[in-house]
Design a protein around this ligand. Structure first.
Ligand code: SF4
Ligand code: MG
Length: 316
């Protein structure tokens, strides 16, 4: 359904070029849910935005983004507009920014249907009622304004908008980050149910691995613009960075575990002056001397897992 082939994104700023994403190859099969994790600044949101070419003009995309076999990077604007929402749609973090405060939510959910001429005005009204029901909101909410809804309800509206044109792929960037834990669990359950019942592929992005593990079949971990590990959601991480990240967010729904991220000292590197060798070496608790000089590539390590670390040996 989605295939990233050596995707790189570089921002051209006054201070020089900033490599935000470096050679990411990743695929999401039909009906599969893949989670992309990393700290803020790891490049994961840049990946999300690049998929529908929603990046600022200062960004340059290299590599290929194949959406159902078609390269998004090479697409003309007319085709790209058709693909947005109808083949793939995106749920952003913080629903308050994604909704227009002065328009009723029913109009906003109907908009992609009308813009893509997928429904008449009366058909769109019926579809909006159906979509609201699917995301667990009563039909009369179509007449509400965003400020009349709670944060969780607004995020449900965003999900209804993403579903409106029956896309094959939904990209969700931190869809539950702004919500309290109880509401977060409800929204995650909703996402899980909807993608399963509609057979939709999902690429979900979060800094919180426990959230991704809850919904996704497979997880990919980014550090400093690169993938450092990919593998099935049900098995243990083997890359030192993934292990530290997963220790930072042990369990979903346990407030005590969220008070302080553990196991990960220091800050992510400045993308304009990345450390040589393995970019994680200055923070890695088990780094070897050679890690600061020898580049390390992502490679298969067995059990459907790939990792970019000299210490992760192949298992068979
Ligand atoms: Fe740590 Fe070296 Fe592995 Fe990088 S390659 S994660 S520095 S042990
Ligand atoms: Mg982000």
């Amino acid at each position: 359904m989605l295939e990233l082939d050596e995707l790189s994104v570089t921002y051209r700023l006054a201070s020089g070029e900033v490599p935000a994403v470096r050679g990411v190859s990743l695929s999401v099969a039909a009906g599969e849910a893949v989670g992309l994790a990393g700290e803020s600044g790891s490049g994961k949101s840049t990946v999300a935005l690049s998929l529908l070419r929603l990046l600022p003009r200062t960004a340059r995309i290299d590599g290929r983004i194949l959406l159902d076999g078609e390269d998004v990077v090479a697409m003309k604007w007319g085709r790209l507009r058709a693909v947005r929402w109808s083949s793939a749609s995106i749920v952003f973090q913080g629903a308050q920014h994604g909704l227009n405060p002065v328009r009723r939510i029913g109009e906003q959910i109907a908009e992609p249907l009308l813009v893509h001429r997928l429904a008449s005005a009366s058909e769109a009204r019926l579809r909006v009622a159906e979509l609201l029901e699917q995301v667990g909101l009563p039909g009369w909410r179509a007449r509400s304004y965003p400020h009349e809804l709670s944060g969780g309800q607004r995020q449900r509206v965003m999900i209804a908008m993403a579903l409106a044109c029956s896309p094959q792929l939904i990209i969700a960037d931190e869809p539950t980050t702004a919500l309290d834990l109880m509401v977060q669990a409800q929204v995650l359950t909703l996402i899980r149910q909807l993608i399963a019942s509609h057979g939709i592929s999902l690429l979900m992005i979060s800094h919180d691995l426990s959230v991704l593990a809850d919904v996704c079949d497979r997880l990919a971990i980014m550090y400093a613009g690169r993938l450092v590990e990919t593998g099935p959601a049900g098995s243990s991480f083997r890359h030192p960075y993934s292990q530290a990240l997963s220790a930072a967010f042990p369990t979903v729904g346990d407030p005590a575990s969220r008070l302080a991220p553990r196991g990960l000292a220091g800050d992510p590197p400045d993308p304009q002056s990345l450390p040589g060798g393995c970019a994680f070496h200055p923070r890695c608790p088990v780094a070897l001397e050679s890690c600061s000089t020898e580049p390390i590539e992502l490679r298969p390590v067995g059990d459907a897992r790939s990792a970019a670390c000299v210490l992760v040996e192949e298992t068979c």
